[in-house]
Write a protein that binds this ligand. Structure first.
Ligand code: ZN
Length: 55
């Protein structure tokens, strides 16, 4: 299972989470600091795509 990187804008903290590709498509991992997902964004290790959100 891949290891994905996320960034929490609220805590200004980067963190990693293990999730399946499908999970990664469907949801964000919660921040270990604030336990929220609403300020989280997906980070790709190749720093090109700040994923533009669908829907
Ligand atoms: Zn946070």
């Amino acid at each position: 299972m891949p290891d994905y990187e996320f960034y929490c804008r609220r805590c200004k903290k980067q963190y990693a989470a293990w999730m399946s590709v499908k999970e990664h498509d469907e949801r964000l991992a919660e921040c270990p600091e604030c336990h929220r997902t609403d300020q989280a964004e997906k980070r790709l290790s190749d720093f090109f795509a700040r994923t533009s959100r669908k829907s």
